[in-house]
Design a protein around this ligand. Structure first.
Ligand SMILES: Cc1cc2nc3c(=O)[nH]c(=O)nc-3n(C[C@H](O)[C@H](O)[C@H](O)COP(=O)(O)OP(=O)(O)OC[C@H]3O[C@@H](n4cnc5c(N)ncnc54)[C@H](O)[C@@H]3O)c2cc1C
Length: 400
């Protein structure tokens, strides 16, 4: 294992960190007080700067117009960008587009690539991913009610989805729907491209999440598919292979999330340490940082972040070496470990800031609200813990 950062990568990381500090952090007051949709012009300006610096889409292959970095390298970039809630968007590597780009790249037909992949990588359009349903448990994704039935040359889609992140303003969604109800559970569903202007694609609302319904990229939609008709050529990969494709996408996607969360840890940890050093809490000028309990939080946070970071880099290194399938339990470990580390660090940082931490005058409350979801999406904590524990217990039975 070698996590040494090459000279070239260090130069890239320094450039990105400087860009985040100078160009993105100053936008935060606006980000916290207006809607995302109102920020699109200024964000496009920043995107142009990133393109000129040749740092656009670091995770995507060079032939698609990206930087062609390895998963481990992109992980380091994701950490740097995670310090700002708009980092990934400005650098063209935001979820769910990043995952949809991977799917289209690996499974799209030439026509699908021309029509959807090319403008998506260029940042000219956005997309969403619609799998989770209102009435079915997302934790057991084979239980889908949405169907895509063949009719002539088309699929006719019916179903009720929600939490399609960033659907508002998207050009298309990749929709998971049952096409083969008689097949074994993991071979029943397919991924189908559905342009959002198709009749029957009804965006009901942006769901209020932690008190905010959001807009445009920063939103999560409820969608009703009502006799929504798309050509059969809109299928991605083979019919019934929706879950096979989803599995490929999830491993690397979870590394991106974990490294972004580590960026959030790093940002909130910085804020916590600065506040501890500056906030005077007694007439003799003693600061919060002189108090033992605050020092304990700082030491614990530093150690937990370091442990979470090493585990994530190790999982990324393993995927790069032996593939996502072999590394799936390492990925499960980090998914719940890093999400919980982040939650503890954000919580301690908020506590150190007292009343200020609860306000939108600083970024901590935003992270506190929005990143709680990390323990739920891409596999809830409990689901990952169940699967690793099952494997561990089985190995003991086998040894016996
Ligand atoms: C901010 C956010 C963004 C999202 N973005 C998207 C998106 O873009 N596209 C999309 O399709 N979906 C998205 N989702 C949905 C997400 O994938 C689901 O919420 C998730 O899969 C959990 O499904 P559920 O909400 O139906 O919870 P349920 O499946 O009902 O589970 C509820 C809870 O039960 C517990 N649980 C579940 N299974 C087990 C078990 N086996 N053992 C013990 N406990 C268990 C867990 O604590 C879990 O949180 C998003 C969700 C959030 C919060």
């Amino acid at each position: 294992m070698d996590f040494e950062i090459s000279e070239k990568m260090q130069v890239i990381l320094d450039m990105i960190n400087e860009f985040v500090d100078k160009e993105l952090l100053p936008l935060e007051p606006e980000f916290l007080s207006t809607e995302f949709v109102d920020m699109l012009p200024v964000l496009e300006e920043k995107r142009q700067m990133v393109r000129k610096m040749e740092l656009w889409a670091p995770n995507h292959p060079k032939e698609l117009g990206g930087m062609g970095l390895s998963l481990l390298e992109h992980g380091l970039i994701s950490e740097a960008l995670g310090r700002s809630p708009i980092g990934h968007y400005v650098f063209g590597c935001q979820a769910p587009d990043a995952g949809n780009i991977e799917i289209l790249h690996l499974h799209g037909t030439e026509q699908q690539k021309e029509e959807y992949l090319k403008p998506l990588v260029e940042g000219k359009i956005r997309s969403c991913f619609s799998m989770t349903e209102v009435d079915m448990p997302g934790s057991n994704p084979v239980m889908l009610e949405t169907t895509a039935e063949k009719d002539g040359d088309d699929y006719v889609i019916n179903g009720h989805k929600w939490y399609s992140s960033s659907a508002d303003g998207s050009k298309f969604s990749i929709v998971m729907a049952v096409t083969n109800p008689e097949a074994p559970p993991y071979l029943q569903a397919s991924m189908i491209i559905v342009p959002t202007d198709t009749p029957g694609f009804n965006l009901v609302r942006n769901i209020p999440v932690m008190g905010h319904k959001g807009s445009d990229y920063a939103s999560h939609a409820e969608i009703l598919f009502q006799s929504c008709r798309v050509p059969q050529k809109n299928i991605l990969g083979n019919e019934g292979h929706g879950f096979v494709i989803a599995q490929e996408r999830l491993g690397p996607g979870r590394i991106h999330h974990c490294m972004r969360w580590l960026g959030i840890c790093s940002r909130t940890f910085d804020l916590m340490c600065k506040r501890a050093n500056e906030r005077k809490i007694s007439p003799d000028g003693k600061t919060l940082g002189t108090r033992q309990i605050i020092r304990a939080w700082i030491a614990e946070s530093a150690a937990e972040i370091q442990a979470a970071r090493l585990m994530t880099l190790h999982a990324a290194w393993k995927i790069d070496k032996v593939g996502a399938k072999e590394a799936r339990f390492d990925v499960s470990f980090i998914k719940f470990m890093v999400a919980n580390t982040m939650q503890r660090v954000i919580d301690r940082a908020l506590q150190v800031h007292g009343g200020l931490g609860m306000t939108d005058d600083c970024i901590i409350a935003f992270f506190y609200r929005h990143e709680r979801a990390a323990r739920i999406y891409d596999g809830a904590d409990e689901v990952h813990k169940m699967s690793v524990a099952k494997k561990i217990l089985r190995s003991y039975q086998e040894n016996k």
